[in-house]
Design a binder for this molecule. Structure first.
Ligand SMILES: C[S@@+](CC[C@H](N)C(=O)[O-])C[C@H]1O[C@@H](n2cnc3c(N)ncnc32)[C@H](O)[C@@H]1O
Length: 247
């Protein structure tokens, strides 16, 4: 049986990091203060941001994802942090959210809106937000217009096929029913330090571990292509936070 190297790669990354938490805090601080807000974190994964939001807000946070193993990890980490009373994990697809209209003060999505698409996510999640309350999205973006053709092709195949520039995302916000309160891109070196650099090390370790596993080698080659393209064109790929208020 061949090794599940993609899962091993996922597990090699911590659920969050000090630098990631700092960017979450920066986005959160742009919101007005709310007393014990109800927050929905869509595509929460293992819940690094979910827990940080619980700590920052003192509110109730629901993490929603389709990977039960990640949700179990979120529940375990919430218990360890003494946050079980305020953090809940829900196994549900973002395509199938059935909370009533206007259930939340804040809907938050980190690294997950690409699944549904930026515009569709903004439009569909709006009904979940109370009037004049908030949506915060952290999305993969091009940091400059006209990404190199080689990078576009590689990203279309493997990373985030619908990636847009920061300005293109920002321009869509009003037509989807929000005011854009703030947006900021993460610093250019963020993705090398937080993702592609550690990914490179992880690939090298897994190559040593599974030298004769053809399936594992194929997956590692694909991952290596992403690292190589990023290394070649680091100024283009990045991500940005968009802080929006339901209009
Ligand atoms: C890149 S991870 C981001 C995880 C987390 N938000 C974070 O920032 O650490 C994307 C997450 O989206 C989740 N996801 C993918 N498809 C989904 C769907 N249809 N509904 C809900 N979550 C989904 C994945 O399981 C994964 O946990």
């Amino acid at each position: 049986m061949s090794a599940d190297v993609l899962s091993e790669i996922r597990e090699a990354f911590p659920a969050t990091s000090p630098r990631r938490d700092e960017s979450i805090r920066r986005a959160f601080r742009t919101l007005p203060s709310l007393e014990r807000p109800r927050i929905l974190d869509i595509g929460c994964g293992r819940g690094g941001p979910t827990l940080e939001l619980a700590r920052l807000s003192q509110g109730q946070v629901i993490g929603l994802d389709i990977r039960q193993c990640d949700l179990n990890e979120l529940e375990r980490a919430a218990a360890e942090a003494g946050l079980s009373q305020r953090v809940k994990a829900v196994n549900r697809s973002m395509f199938d959210i059935d909370f009533p209209d206007e259930s939340f003060d804040i809907v938050w999505a980190e690294g997950s809106i690409f699944v549904i698409g930026f515009e569709r996510g903004l439009r569909e999640w709006r009904r979940l937000i109370k009037p004049r309350r908030f949506l915060v999205v952290h999305a993969a973006t091009w940091l400059r217009p006209d990404p190199p053709r080689e990078m576009l092709a590689a990203w279309r195949e493997s990373m985030y096929p619908g990636t847009m520039t920061v300005a293109e995302c920002a321009d869509l916000v009003p037509s989807c029913g929000y005011d854009l309160l703030d947006h900021f891109a993460l610093p250019e070196d963020f993705w090398w330090h937080e993702y592609f650099g550690p990914l490179q090390e992880c690939i090298e370790g897994l190559r040593r571990k599974y030298p004769n596993d053809a399936d594992a080698v194929r997956v590692l080659d694909e991952q290596q292509r992403n690292v190589d393209i990023y290394r070649k064109y680091p100024q283009w790929y990045g991500s940005a936070y968009f802080v929006m208020q339901r209009s």
